[in-house]
Structure formats: structure tokens, C-alpha cells
Design a protein. Structure first.
Length: 473
């Protein structure tokens, strides 16, 4: 679930309101011209996330906190879960099965990655493979990718997302408790309180590999997996499917909720320090302001692009930049988000250093746990009370398959000059696969790098086609 409910009385009041009003949506404010409506997709058991593989026009994968992933197709929930790992998951409060991610080459690799809290409380990322039945993953293919000890029940993070570069990004909370008691947010020797970036495929006996382009690789006493830090509980983050910009909804302590935004042109958060626990939102966090790590705060410090106080909510649920102009033109290019303790949905134009035009969407959802996107970029709203909705324009038909899109193909990228590991990532991102490898004597400068490829860069082949490479030795 989203992070730390600081005031039991507040949550209880919201729960009573939700029960009084029912699970249907209620207006959060005056509806602006062209704002969407909420179309019911289905009802589930404590849903916390929704996603779909690239190119899959028909299916939605809904993550249930208890440890199941179920498929909705055409408004019908399939009777057999895609994956059921309830026996491995510690569920309740902010713990549970929290996220699911499909790699860019899912159509050929059939691999999926899940994020959950294990029975011992550890944050866990595991890999599974889809069975011969495309609607069911094989539980016997489980492979542990990452396990991080987590000392408390709250601030578990929970997001997995493959970035535009083909690597897996992981949102990890700060270890829980109030005020970052273990000081993990600013500690580059700890994985808690961070966004991580890894290649989750096993290689050379390792469960995963760290991209050499990560900002802290090779630095003594620093974890190379770290992409960005200074986060309290990055429950939900996303990449703009059009621009690749990174946006994080980071849950605040007792006063401020924040939206962190870094455009792709500014590095997409590479090495960024988002401030916790020196800052909560844009405000110095008094309890920790005397810490050495805060005086001065390590650069580059990136303050939030937007914040709001707890007079409006208590736990942000980050969303998506809408790229669905045919069905929601009024929201196209705007970031949609909400709060677990506040029914209205909101949208804002993300800019640096300050976001602009924050306003209510005109809809409300109780117990808002998450948003989701399908394969064609349509946006969904997830309520922990059970219902999942799709945002769609007034007058549109009920949710169905994605509109027809161009067929996914392998567009062969330029590989010559790249290190072999980087070349393989580029291939996966382009919906291609590595084919036969050949080694050839070369100069010292070209050793370990691709010196020839076939087909040539720019060629178009069916998705999953293999590209042969010659590597210098």
C-alpha cells in the first residue's frame, strides 16, 4: 500500500466516508470542459497496480496485494490467476505484492518481474517465465533477482518499471519509521531510500548486473545499483511514454507530499539527490537539519517540481503523463495523480523548476492506491477498495481492446562501437535478440566492443529476430 498513514484518526475518517459513499466515483471538484469520466473495468481483491506488456492490445494485468496477479480481458476477469505467490508474500498494511513489470522483449523472452515483501519482511524482486499458456506464468521458474532487508513494516516502496533505455528501475523506501531513523535517504552505501537501476538478467553467475552507465559505479563505499537517492517512499514513479521524462510521487512525512520531475534532457534523474531526509518537500526537515549530510546537502540536489500540504491529503499516489489524445484530449500532456486520503484526482503540467496549472480533474476515487497504463497508453485508476477504472472521454464506449497500432518489429539498432553488454540491452529495447557471436582479433581500443553486425543498422525485421555480432578480442 502507499506509505505511512501518520494519523490513524484521519485514515479512519476517510474510511468511514468511503463506506458511506460506496465504491463508485464521486466528483472531486467542478468538472472542466473535456474532462474524462471513470469507466469501470472490474472489481478485484485489494488491487494495487495495473499494467500490460508492450503490444498486448487485449489484456490488463492487475496486481492484488495478497499475492495474486489476475488478467482482465474485455471486461472479464479470467478465472485462473496469471500468478499466485500468496505463500511467499507477507501482506497487510503497506506490505504485499506491490508491482509487476514486463521487459521490452517480453513477446520473445516471456519473462516477468515482480516486487513483493517476503515472509521475513525483505523487499524482494523475482523473475518468472510465462508458461506455454500465455495467460499463466509458471511458478516453478522463480528466480531471485534481489533481496533487501527491511527493518520495519512501512515505507516499502513498491514500483518496478523498465525505462526507455531497457533497464529495470526499482523504487525502494527508506526503511520505515518516522524521520528516517536509520538515515538511509542520504546514505549512498545503502539501497534503501533510492531508485535503483539494474539489468535483471542473470549473467556470469550473478543474479543481475549493474549498468556501467550508472552514476556511482566504481566509487568506494557506494552501491553501484543506485540511480537516484534522497527519497522517503517512492511508492509510484513513471516514465513519460513520449519523452522518457522521469516523474516520482514521493510520500511525505507529516506535512508535505511531493512530485519529483527530471526531464530526459537533464539525465532522467541520473545521480539526482531529491533531498530526503534533509528536506520534506521544499522545506528543511527540522529533525534532521543538523545532520552532516545536510550541511551542505550533497549536489546535485533536485527540489520537487510540485508539492502540496497535508491540509489536502496524507499520501501521494503518483500517476502518469497522459498520452491518450484521442480519448482524453483535455488531459493530454498533463500529469495525473491523486492521494490515498483525498478522493479528488488532480492534474498538473510538469515543468522545471516549477510545475504549472495544478487543478482538479473533476473525478474522485476513495482509497486511491495507484494508476496504470495499458499497451497503448490509456490510463487507469486503481482503488484499494476493489474497483479499477479507465479514464475516458465522456460519450466514449466502455473499455475494450486497444485501438489497432503499428505492428511491433525489430528495428535493428547501431551496435558497432558498443560494449557487448550494452549492445544486448539495445537489442532488447528494439525488440530484437542477440544472435551468433564471433570473436575477431582487434586493437586494444576495440576489445570487448562490437566491430561488425548483421543485419545492418536501420534494417526492419520481425520482432524477436536475431542480430549477429562480431566482437573484438
Amino acid at each position: 500500500m502507499p506509505a505511512g498513514r501518520r494519523r490513524t484518526e484521519l485514515v479512519f475518517a476517510f474510511a468511514l466516508a468511503a463506506l458511506a459513499l460506496g465504491v463508485g466515483f464521486a466528483r472531486g471538484g467542478e468538472t472542466a470542459a473535456g474532462d474524462p469520466k471513470l469507466a469501470l473495468v472490474g472489481r478485484f481483491d485489494s488491487p494495487v497496480y495495473l499494467t500490460a506488456p508492450a503490444g498486448d492490445r487485449a489484456r490488463l494485468f492487475v496486481v492484488e496485494q495478497s499475492g495474486r496477479i489476475v488478467i482482465s480481458r474485455g471486461g472479464t476477469t479470467l478465472p485462473t490467476p496469471f500468478l499466485d505467490i500468496r505463500g511467499l508474500v507477507l501482506s497487510g498494511g503497506e506490505r504485499g505484492l506491490l508491482s509487476l513489470a514486463f521487459p521490452p522483449d517480453y513477446a520473445t523472452s516471456r519473462l516477468v518481474y515482480v516486487y513483493y515483501t517476503a515472509r521475513n519482511g525483505a523487499i524482494t524482486v523475482a523473475e518468472y517465465r510465462t508458461s506455454a499458456n500465455p495467460d499463466v506464468a509458471d511458478p516453478n521458474t522463480r528466480r531471485l533477482v534481489l533481496s533487501i532487508a527491511h527493518p520495519r513494516s512501512n515505507h516499502n516502496g513498491g514500483q518496478l518499471q523498465f525505462g526507455p533505455d531497457g533497464f529495470l528501475y526499482i523504487g525502494i523506501g527508506d526503511g520505515g519509521g518516522g524521520g528516517d531513523p536509520d538515515r538511509n535517504g542520504q546514505n549512498l552505501g545503502a539501497l534503501l531510500g533510492k531508485i535503483l537501476r539494474i539489468d535483471p538478467r542473470a549473467a556470469g553467475g550473478a543474479a543481475y548486473t549493474v549498468p556501467q552507465s550508472n552514476p556511482f559505479v566504481g566509487q568506494a563505499g557506494v552501491r553501484g545499483e543506485i540511480w537516484a537517492y534522497g527519497l522517503r517512499n517512492p511508492w509510484r514513479f513513471s516514465f513519460d511514454r513520449e519523452t522518457g521524462d522521469l516523474t516520482i510521487g514521493d510520500v511525505g512525512q507529516g506535512a508535505w507530499e511531493e512530485i519529483d520531475f527530471v526531464p530526459a534532457s537533464a539525465g532522467r534523474g541520473r545521480g539526482a539527490n531529491f533531498g530526503w531526509s534533509c528536506f520534506e518537500g521544499r522545506h528543511a526537515y527540522a529533525d534532521n537539519s543538523g545532520e552532516a549530510a545536510c550541511n551542505p546537502i550533497r549536489s546535485p540536489y533536485v527540489p520537487p517540481a510540485w508539492e502540496y500540504s497535508h491540509s489536502r491529503g496524507c499520501s501521494i499516489s503518483g500517476g502518469y503523463v497522459v498520452r491518450d489524445p484521442t480519448t482524453i484530449p483535455a488531459l493530454n500532456g498533463r500529469y495525473v495523480y491523486g492521494d490515498y486520503c483525498d478522493r479528488p484526482l488532480w492534474s498538473v503540467l510538469l515543468r522545471t523548476p516549477d510545475a504549472q496549472g495544478d487543478r482538479r480533474v473533476g473525478l474522485g476515487v476513495p482509497s486511491l492506491t495507484s494508476f496504470g497504463e495499458d499497451a497503448c497508453g490509456r490510463v487507469y485508476v486503481v482503488s484499494g477498495d476493489g474497483p479499477v477504472y479507465r479514464l475516458q472521454a465522456e460519450g466514449r464506449a466502455a473499455p475494450g481492446d486497444c485501438p489497432a497500432t503499428a505492428k511491433i518489429v525489430c528495428r535493428v539498432p547501431k551496435l558497432v562501437g558498443l560494449k557487448l553488454r550494452t549492445a544486448k540491452v539495445r537489442l532488447r529495447r528494439a525488440h530484437c535478440r542477440a544472435g551468433r557471436l564471433r570473436a575477431k582479433r582487434s586493437t586494444a581500443k576495440r576489445r570487448g566492443r562490437v566491430i561488425a553486425q548483421s543485419p545492418r543498422a536501420g534494417a526492419r525485421r520481425p520482432a524477436g529476430s536475431r542480430v549477429r555480432m562480431t566482437v573484438g578480442r
